[in-house]
Design a protein around this ligand. Sequence first.
Ligand code: SF4
Length: 350
Amino acid sequence: MKQISPAMVPALLAWYHEVARVLPWRSEPTPYRVWVSEIMLQQTRVETVIPYFERFMEAMPSLEALANASEEQLHKLWEGLGYYSRVRNMATCAKQCMEIHNGALPSKYEELLKLKGIGPYTAGAIASIAFNQPIAAIDGNVLRVFSRLGASEANIALPSTSKQFKTIIEPLIPKDNASAFNQALMELGATICIPNGAPRCNICPLQPYCNGEHAGIAGFLPVKTKAKPRKIEARTILVLTHDHHVFLQKRKASGLLAGLYEFVNLEGTLHNQELEQWLNAHGVHVRNIDVLPPAKHIFSHVEWHMMGYQITLVEKPTLIGVWADKKALASTYSIPTAFSAYRTLLEETL
Ligand code: SF4
């Protein structure tokens, strides 16, 4: 990494002061609001997060409310955001704060790191944005910006690179303005020094200090090893309906989409004969079967390639799960986005 001039700091702050987007968590950066926003923003775009954040704050205005919420309530508030373990970890973290930190998030980075679901990035973001401490909050945006600023060819997929960048970034953070500094870096990474395309160096406030741009290599940075290809899994989805109700089963308490509700979801692609065998084995008496269009859902490491059947039943079979009508589907049961193609089709007929 080439040396980065401290003169980049005032340039960055002046730019941020001019262009900072008005966001609900920025107008009132309490530790609780900063924490919730940072967890929601992981893997999710700002525009998507805003309505979720506002709804969440209304339903769970404090750590105490969150610590006392039921898993079902939290899943419903999170429905559609994905990576549901985030909200379950938040509930555990809220309970930890109630028990060991007098009902508040601690201000020390090391204490934050001990809490459930809070890693180095989130701890750095809370410590700096809510408590104004000069701690780096290093995410993909910051790694990209500093790789380019320092013309660094270190592999940003390695934890050792984050550690190295932390030692370079923290001395640059102004003691009295850590909050604005970290948010400015995030904003620059999101809007100017962007991923998946050429950085917008011609309008970048850091252009005079950018080693990568001066060397003509900014567009090739950062260096990141390619992720392993995703595993493809074939699934067959059975949407069982009876008298304006649909059958839902609860997923296991751990693993992918843990604790959420789903339609019957079977491994592999079931054609006529296998489907008939499954229906017979489960005592399902069929009135009508419609073949549904195929659908695909991409998780971080797995891709589901689904086919589906909507099956209208003569009577309710004895299956372990719940029967939900349209109202309960909307208000009570959280169904992951992975099934949204089938849910939309179902809602037209339920
Ligand atoms: Fe990124 Fe270009 Fe700005 Fe350098 S000059 S920080 S590469 S946008």
